[in-house]
Structure formats: C-alpha cells, structure tokens
Design a binder for this molecule. Sequence first.
Ligand code: PLP
Length: 366
Amino acid sequence: MALVDRVLLGPGPSTPYPEATAALAAPLLGHLDPEFLRILDETCDRLRVVWGTGNRRTLPLSGTGSIGMEAAFVNTVRHGDPVVVAVNGLFGERMCEVAARHGAEVHRVDHEWGQPVDVERVLAAHPAPALVGAVHAETSTGVRSDVGALGAALRARGDSALLLADCVTSLAGIEVAVDDWNVDLAYSGTQKCLGVAPGLAPFTINERAWERRIPRPATWYLDLGLIGDYVGGSAGGGRTYHHTAPVAMIASLHAGLGRVLEEGLPAVHARHAEAGRRLQEGLEEMGLSLFAAAGQRLPELTTVRVPEGVDAAAVRGRLLTEYGIEIGAGAGEYASTVWRIGLMGHNARLDRAELVLAALRRVLGR
Ligand code: PLP
C-alpha cells in the first residue's frame, strides 16, 4: 500500500520538522560510535536549554511520553507514599493509574475538564505528600495549568513534596522553566511541539529528586541509576552499556532541537502563540465555540465544540480524505462533541492555521 502525505494536525504526531525527518534517513551510526555519543551529549545539552534547567540528569528516555511518566513514578514512589495528582483531563487520570500501580496512596484532585488546575485545592489535598503531579498542557482539553504557581506554593508552604510535571504537549511550544518553577521531575514526548516522530521521552530530574530516588526500583529498564550511567557524558560518570540506544530517533531529536534553537526558543514560542491565536480567532469567526477556559487556552492544541447536528466523525473523515488534513476527535466523554486541532512544531504557522480554517469552512458550509 502506498503511503500518503498528510498534514497531521491531530493531538497525536504532528508533522515533523523537515530537519528531523531528514535525520531519520541519514546513514545509521552504531550506538557506541564516538560520533553518535557526541550527538547524544549534544542532544542532552539542547534538551537542558528547552527545559530551562541546569539538571545534569536530562536525557531522552527510550520510549514514548508515557515512559517518562512511568520512570518518574517507579523511581521515586515507595509503597504507601501519599501522592497528590491534579486531574483535569485524560493524562492526569493516567498519572493516577500509573502512581497507583507503583503502590502510591493516590489523592486525586478532580477538576472539571476544560478548566486549569486549582493550586489551592491541590495544596489542600494532603498536608505532606511525597509527590505532587500535574499536567502542564492537558492534550485532552487544550488547557494550560500554572505549574510555576504550583511549584511556588509548595515551596512557600515549606513542602518537601517532589513536584512532577507532564510537559508532553508543552515542551518547545510554550514556556517551560523547570528550574525557575521548582519542578523536580518532568517528562515530555518528541511528537508534539518538538517536531520529531514519536518514540522518545525527554526527561529531567534534579538533585533533590535524585537523592530521594529508590536505589533499586522495581524495574531494570527504567532504573534511572543505570540509564544515567549509560547516557553518561555531561550527565555524569563514564559510560557502561545499558541498552541499545535508538540511534536514529536520537539523531532526529538532535536535529529537531537544533532547528528549534537556531530559530530561538522565544521566536518558536511566539510562532506557536501567533498560529494558535489565529486558529482560535478564525474558529470563533465561523461561529464555533471553543472548549477550553478562556485565558488558559493552549496555542498549540485547540479544542472546539462540534456544532449541534454535525456528525463529528464525518467531518474529520472529509478533512482527511478530501484535504489530507488530520484533526483529532475529543477525548473521553467528549469524543463526538469536541474536535482537537494541533498546531505544533512545524505546523505552528499562520499558513497552517488558515489552511485548516478554510478546509473546515468548506466542509461545514460556513
Ligand atoms: N501526557 C500528555 C499530556 C499527552 O498528551 C500524552 C500523549 O498524547 C502522554 C502523556 C502520553 O504520551 P505518549 O502517547 O507519547 O506515550
């Protein structure tokens, strides 16, 4: 079957940056080749810049974004530890599930979907949690939560809790400042605003969390102590074999990050902001209603209500077959009442915003 070219505007993989795609097709290096190790070191350095951190232990984990979530919990949560999770969408729910499977006593703080995390309610959930988890950019609802305010409030209370942030849909799309926000651990994915294919989980952990990690966690593959030695280089220590690094994916991430840093992070954020603003404005001009709370909308992921009487799946199908544009369905109970449109990484451009608006206008007859 011939592969077709799509404009990927769903919440899943976004269209990668051309540099990242080209790197995937480059001649393969061995995973211990000095040139590959140089690329790996540089990738970790570049990740530190986009994360806004000086954390030595900043690396791409082998696996999709979810492996970052899994690694965070399995390395830090002991059986019976109280863990507070802010839930304002699907990925907060996933955090609860993962934390529970690793033995945490989970205190979930539920929010209405479409609303940001309420810092006061999260603080009130437990007087001394071991860890607090929140999703910075909820892909299921298109909402941004103020992780910086959460980090500041925890520190102001004198909390010793570790703060874990899910930045899968925020990294390299909107500001992320791990060190300034007192985030102890964070993970992301490559397929969103970083503009690379899915397959790696950029991860960062600070000294505070490192000191508290479980020395021999109930995982071999995701034991950060072992992985840290392998990634080695500027992350500290020599290199010992742990697993065969996915060299092509790391080369692709290296290239995607190179592209982002060459453009400049502030310019990349501004490009996302401008494209998202135009898309959201255009949808409202069409008479559609946005789902996420005003003032907290992500520019990179827009949620919009399906108009009354419109078959949501049929519209998505027509966009795909007639225009080659993939947009996403709503998540969970909003599967047929909300669409999710991503303008991430390479797609975070005004021309992409206008393209999807024009196609949608035609399909909806508006
Ligand atoms: N967290 C958020 C906010 C996400 O959007 C996603 C995926 O879309 C994940 C976690 C899980 O990442 P992955 O599907 O790459 O495993």
